[in-house]
Design a protein around this ligand. Structure first.
Ligand code: FAD
Length: 450
């Protein structure tokens, strides 16, 4: 049987583009469908525009801190429209770069929504194609919880296109995306209220990291309402009136210009894909795959957020490349989900790799030893701020292996990326101790903890 393509990919986001290009490098004839802009969530409404806005949000602090170093006060204000336009222009530039990369790899782009007719046939717009292997890399979308007036809420996707800066913003949920947006908008001067059902933000992360970030966010002036549920949103002039209820049943209303669902989670884009025409299986909306990213249908694979494993760009890319290496490159390779580092771009920034203290204690019991350091970094001494950096190592005393590293503080992502290599290689605490520090730096604390 001959097919139009050796590989057809549905979704040109992080995972889809990486897989398509790698398979094409091995000589496969590859096509890819995308109904939106190239680059997926990360480039268009995720990591990239978000990080640019994180940078934008840091300037007021820098202006203030500079005075401790002898600089005269800086009077400056944010032109929101200019900032948003610059961010979106950069996204458009990246869209073009992705188009160039696909062209260079000779991957054919079919602009349109891809849908299965059967396990080897896909329809994209008015074109029907066949492929030997098919990769689903369709990503996910923000969840809209069932709350009265939910239609008045915006999602994280919309924040990148707001024409005007909201003066008051309510963020629902305590996930990392919501915490990041709370800090971004607060840094830009918006009055932010974050509503969390539990007693702390960032469920699933190390407890010391969670409490340190939440404490810092509150100290900076973000209103974090814990153990609270949002029960209704009403239109209130040009803004919204949000009714919330505490655990004891007390109700409160918060008036804001906008309410955002940035932090209530995401769901895989597996509806309306024609998967019922294949043997592909779903669990809670996510595509079920084996360690080679293969679905229940022998020639169909899936990577990235649509499989809902670890929803991060480098994970989607790694899964996609492992798939292409295995299926088209003759190099059997699987993605390793152990010690995947990640960052939370709040202010202060945080990053983490490996086991949390709680996870380690569940697995290794009393053998777990914690090394923790909380200090004011040198930078804040002249700046006159009491912002603390927190570093923590989770160690298995039996083997001396470092099981996890967690940090809250400036440049945490840059520092933990390096630490992650050591942990991935199985470094022991003795290896950390034998490493000479870089002085003066914050990172040296990781090799001097007692
Ligand atoms: P996507 O990148 O979402 O790509 C899927 C693509 O498929 C999309 O372009 C979509 O339009 C297309 N598509 C869907 N259905 C079809 C169809 N039927 N036919 C054709 N095309 C289709 N990750 C990090 O690592 N670091 C971060 O700092 C970070 N920040 C984030 C911030 C936000 C606000 C969000 C929302 C996410 C963030 N992420 C971050 C997560 C990251 O963006 C995702 O994990 C990553 O994009 C997943 O890649 P993917 O290939 O699985 O899906």
């Amino acid at each position: 049987m001959t097919y139009d393509f050796d590989l057809f990919v549905i979704g040109a986001g992080s995972g889809g583009i990486a897989s398509a290009r790698r398979a094409a490098e091995y000589g496969a004839k590859v096509g890819i469908a995308e109904f939106d802009r190239l680059g997926g969530t990360c480039v268009n409404r995720g990591c990239v525009p978000k990080k640019l806005m994180v940078y934008a949000s840091h300037f007021p602090d820098l202006f203030e801190e500079s005075q401790g170093y002898g600089w005269s006060p800086v009077k400056s204000s944010l032109d929101w429209e200019k900032m948003i336009t610059a961010v979106n222009n950069e996204v458009t530039r990246l869209n073009g770069i992705y188009q160039g990369m696909l062209d260079k790899s000779q991957v054919e782009l079919l602009q349109g929504y891809g849908k299965f007719i059967d396990s080897h046939t896909i329809v994209v717009g008015d074109r029907q194609i066949t492929a030997d292997k098919i990769l689903i890399a369709v990503g996910g979308h923000p969840i809209r919880p069932n709350i009265l007036g939910i239609e008045y809420a915006i999602t994280s996707d919309d924040i990148f296109h707001l024409q005007k800066q909201p003066q008051r913003l309510v963020i629902l949920g305590g996930g990392y995306i919501g915490a990041e947006f709370a800090c971004i908008l607060h840094g830009m001067g918006t009055e932010v209220t974050q509503i969390i059902r539990g007693d702390m933000i960032l469920r699933g992360f190390d407890d010391d990291l969670r409490s340190q970030i939440q404490e810092a966010m509150i100290n900076h002036g973000i209103r974090v309402l814990n153990k609270i549920q949002m029960i209704a949103i009403e239109k209130d002039g040009a803004g919204v009136k949000v009714t919330v209820r505490g655990d004891e049943g007390t109700e409160e209303t918060v008036i804001a210009d906008a309410v955002s669902l940035a932090a209530v989670g995401r769901k895989p884009n597996t509806h309306n894909l024609g998967l019922e025409n294949t043997k592909v299986k779903l669990h809670d909306g996510a595509i079920v795959v084996d360690k080679y990213s293969r679905t229940a249908e022998e020639n169909i694979y899936a990577v990235g957020d649509c499989t809902n494993k670890i929803n991060l760009t480098p994970v989607a890319i790694n899964e996609g490349r492992a798939f292409a290496d295995t299926v088209f490159g003759g190099k059997s390779r699987i993605m390793s989900y152990e010690n995947v580092p990640t960052a939370i771009f709040t202010t202060p920034e945080a990053a983490t790799v490996g086991l949390t203290e709680t996870e380690a204690r569940e697995k290794y019991g009393d053998a777990v030893k914690i090394y923790r350091s909380r200090f004011r970094p040198m930078y804040y001494t002249l700046a006159g701020k009491d912002e603390k950096t927190m570093m923590k190592l989770v160690v298995d005393q039996k083997t001396d292996k470092v099981l996890g590293a967690h940090m809250v503080g400036t440049n945490a992502a840059e520092i933990i990326q390096g630490i992650a290599i050591a942990i991935k290689m199985g470094a022991t605490k003795a290896n950390f101790d034998a490493t000479v520090g870089i002085h003066p730096s914050s990172a040296e604390e990781f090799v001097t903890m007692r």
